[in-house]
Design a protein around this ligand. Structure first.
Ligand code: SAH
Length: 373
């Protein structure tokens, strides 16, 4: 999975856009509020349900595709509740068209990326929750660029709806299909944009017409480890999977790889993760990018193994995808194998993430940068 959706820009340059507040969209609002907006326009409130079915069930915001609405009402209703939020700036495909990455331009010129990955048994959409990111992890290209702004709920949801439209229209090899999984592993720190991300999770998982009807269990929220926000998410009692980007078992190294560790230490982050697992019954995913000679030593595998042994957790090892100009690279195969073996020896379930889309990922991060003047 290409989890290095990133947008570096030359040092010292400013983001080209992202200074505004996106227009209101029905995906920002619960159905009851959509009904109030429709009523305010002098239309019967049930039109909110019709519009919602078009967007969440048929993946369209186009007035000409809404034949159940009176002609005269289509334009005012879509303008009020279905403004086009994202414009495709570039699209890249690989894996025979089953992996597709889109660079989107927001209404105010910010650039964000999403990726669709079709597997034999599922389709995963990897979405961005912020334009840029403020967490400054040195191995992540998005982290180099800084935060431009939070995305709105509808800007997040629209990335998934766009993928769903492609799939429903049979435009992804493998025949017509639907989005089964959503991972918040694109640009941004989802828990730093808590309210919009939580509302997006609800919109994605509530049944049509309230939302898109994706299973909560198929949604993964990935975080650097913002402890208070993890606790807050646990209290929502959702069945979404939490992923924690650990990358090091010791504070000394993690302070440098994930700078927010200076605020919340490994022990605190893991305590929050176990509380999340206890509250939800969901296995926590521990993300660990393997970086050659930095965090891939056998002793660190043992240390990680003893931290995780007996916990409701599994480790997702990600071969590092080096960012342009990075001094770091992926671990040697032998080191990776030994890392896996030692975790397994501690009884910790471990998978090595498939590096889907790496060819277009090579552009991963360079996409947004190359689109800038
Ligand atoms: N901010 C969130 C989600 C976005 S990043 C988080 O940090 O969890 C999604 C995953 O990709 C994280 O685990 C992140 O650490 C990882 N990642 C970022 N840059 C990477 C790179 N160059 N190579 C491999 N994984 C990377």
């Amino acid at each position: 999975m290409p989890l290095v959706l990133a947008s570096p820009r030359p040092a010292g340059s400013r983001p080209s856009g992202g200074r505004g507040r996106p227009p209101r969209h029905l995906a920002d609002l619960p159905l009851a509020e959509r009904r109030a907006v429709v009523a305010g326009l002098g239309e019967p409130p049930f039109r909110a349900t019709q519009l919602s079915r078009h967007f969440f069930g048929r993946y369209t915001d186009r007035p000409e595709e809404m034949s159940d609405l009176p002609l005269a009402a289509r334009e005012p209703l879509t303008q009020a509740l279905l403004p086009r939020l994202l414009t495709p700036e570039r699209e890249l495909a690989c894996d025979g068209g089953t992996t597709r990455k889109t660079l989107w331009r927001t209404f105010d010129g910010a650039l964000v990326e999403s990726v669709l990955m079709r597997y034999p048994d599922r389709v995963t959409m990897c979405v961005s929750s912020q334009a840029g990111c403020g967490m400054a992890c040195p191995f992540c290209a998005t982290g180099q660029a800084g935060l431009t702004r939070n995305l709105s709920t509808a800007e997040i949801v629209a990335q998934v709806v766009a993928g769903a439209r492609l799939l429903a229209g049979g435009q992804v090899p493998g025949g017509p299909g639907r989005v089964s999984n959503v991972v918040f592993m694109g640009m941004g720190e989802p828990l730093a944009n808590y309210a919009s991300v939580l509302a997006a999770v609800r919109r994605l998982t509530d049944p049509v017409p309230e939302g898109m009807g994706i299973s909560q269990r198929s949604v993964t929220v990935s975080t650097v480890g913002l402890v208070p926000a993890i606790a807050r998410l646990a209290a929502e009692r959702l069945s979404v999977t939490l992923a924690v980007s650990l990358h090091a078992p010791d504070d000394g190294l993690r302070d440098t790889l994930v700078p927010v560790n200076r605020r919340w230490k490994v022990a605190e982050v893991l305590a929050a993760a176990w509380a999340y697992a206890a509250a939800t019954g969901r296995r926590v995913s521990i993300e660990y990018a393997l970086i050659r000679d930095i965090n891939d030593q056998a002793w660190r595998a043992d240390m990680l193994g003893s931290l995780l042994a007996g916990r409701l957790a599994h480790v997702n090892l990600i071969p590092l995808n080096p960012t342009p100009g990075s001094k770091w690279t992926a671990s040697r195969p032998a080191a990776q194998r030994e890392f896996v073996r030692r975790l397994e020896a501690h009884g910790v379930p471990v998978t090595v993430r498939d590096t889907r889309g790496r060819e277009i990922d090579g552009a991963c991060g360079q996409l947004a940068a190359s689109a800038r003047p």
